[in-house]
Design a protein around this ligand. Structure first.
Ligand code: PLP
Length: 393
């Protein structure tokens, strides 16, 4: 009989006991608002910022309400406003162009390569069109960051990194989010630390950090930050920067803080699972695996492969047959957005020209979530099922 997988692709691990205890503590004392602290108390949000700054080696860190808010806040701090063009990836998730649109700005999409990273040739051609690149390390694939930064620096284009899928990853030893001017992370349930919702921002720039603290809604209590810039950085800005409330609260921060210490362990466990999937899907005719460069220490929290040049009805068939055996593949091919998956063409508020090379990649792109509740054996089983269904053509 054909093997079936019975695990859930959307079930993450429980919140660690230590984080539950810290959250209960916050609820017991009731001071959930980040600036509501007792005498001598730092507050969980400020402590989380201090810890995340230390983890990434950033000078400044700010905790906010979501990853999407983090990106909007970063764009605004860099002066992006209505009508401005912002470069970003054609292959990404809806909150990325959404953050640009939230400011009345206009996404200019840059193509994706078969390696699932931003097409640097296309980027180079479009660098003259904008002052800012919101770079999405979509599904954890990190491009050649040395080349990207050289191109952007030469063109005077500021880089914001969307690290929703690369928290804990590194390029040539440098933590993801530390190459550009600002790094943004998500603490949403499906990412690498789980507070339900939440975001983190890092930067080394005191002026940008002060702007973002004020934007997030600091009520002039910015001196309570432990990973914020010095008070002088706010001197003039405090009158100029609007309050666009999007703070993180102490409850979420309490849930997150113990999880930071687990990131490296999680990265290793994800690597084992990713390796089992990769191994199990090697040398399948018609199936292309995504190469991972040696410079990239990635977090394998999801897995992608390509069925390049396949007819859409055949891919739909593979997806259906895998689903019938319990394996949920997300396909970036269909025009109609569904679930978490949508294509640049579906974002009608951000008009774009079709990009044939990108379309070819997206048309054949299949994506699997890999929650840490899956064992390595589960991943080997998933690979066997996909392998059999792909090979049956
Ligand atoms: C999840 C995600 C974000 C941020 O999302 P929030 O849900 O707002 O935290 C940003 N970029 C990508 C690619 C994502 O997947």
């Amino acid at each position: 009989m054909a093997e079936r997988f019975t695990g859930s692709f959307t079930q993450q691990e429980p919140i660690p006991e230590e984080a539950i205890a810290a959250a209960v503590e916050v609820m017991r004392h009731g001071r959930l608002h980040r600036y509501n602290v007792a005498g001598g108390e730092a507050g969980e949000a400020a402590l989380l910022e201090r810890d995340f700054a230390a983890l990434t080696g950033a000078r400044y860190c700010l905790a906010v309400a979501s990853g999407g808010y983090a990106m909007g806040c970063a764009l605004r701090a860099l002066g992006v406003g209505p009508g401005d063009a912002v470069l970003t990836n054609a292959f990404t998730l809806a909150p990325v162009p959404g953050a640009i649109a939230s400011l009345g700005a206009r996404p200019v999409f840059v193509g994706v390569t078969e390696d699932l990273t931003i097409d640097l040739a296309d980027l180079e051609a479009k660098l003259g069109e904008a002052r800012v690149l919101l770079l999405s390390h979509m599904r954890g694939h990190v491009c050649d960051m040395d080349r990207l930064m050289a191109l952007c620096d030469a063109a005077g284009v500021a880089v914001i990194e969307d690290c929703a899928h690369t928290m804990g990853a590194r390029w040539r030893g440098v933590p993801s989010g530390r190459h550009g001017a600002i790094g943004c992370y998500s603490c949403q349930t499906y990412k690498h630390v789980n507070a339900g919702e939440g975001g983190l921002i890092v930067t080394d720039d005191a002026d940008l950090a002060a702007r973002m603290v004020l934007l997030s809604g600091s009520y002039m209590l910015y001196e309570r930050h432990l990973a914020g810039p010095p008070a002088e950085a706010y001197a003039d800005l405090r009158y100029e920067v609007p309050n666009v409330s999007g703070r993180m609260d102490n409850l979420r921060a309490a849930i997150l803080r113990p999880q930071l210490a687990l990131l490296e362990d999680r990265r290793q466990r994800w690597s084992e699972r990713y390796a089992a999937l990769e191994e199990g899907l090697r040398d399948v005719p018609g199936l292309t695996l995504v190469p991972r460069p040696a410079e990239e220490e990635f977090v394998g929290s999801s897995f992608q492969f390509l069925l390049l040049g396949w007819r859409a009805d055949r891919i739909a068939d593979v997806v259906g047959r895998c689903a019938a055996r319990g394996v949920e593949l997300k396909w970036f091919g269909p025009e109609e957005p569904s679930g978490f998956t949508s294509r640049y063409g579906a974002w009608r508020y951000a008009p774009s020209e079709p990009m044939p090379r990108t379309d070819r990649v997206l048309a054949g792109l299949l994506d699997l979530r890999v929650p840490l509740t899956f064992s390595v054996e589960d991943c080997a089983l998933i690979a066997r099922i996909v392998r059999q269904e792909v090979a049956s053509f």
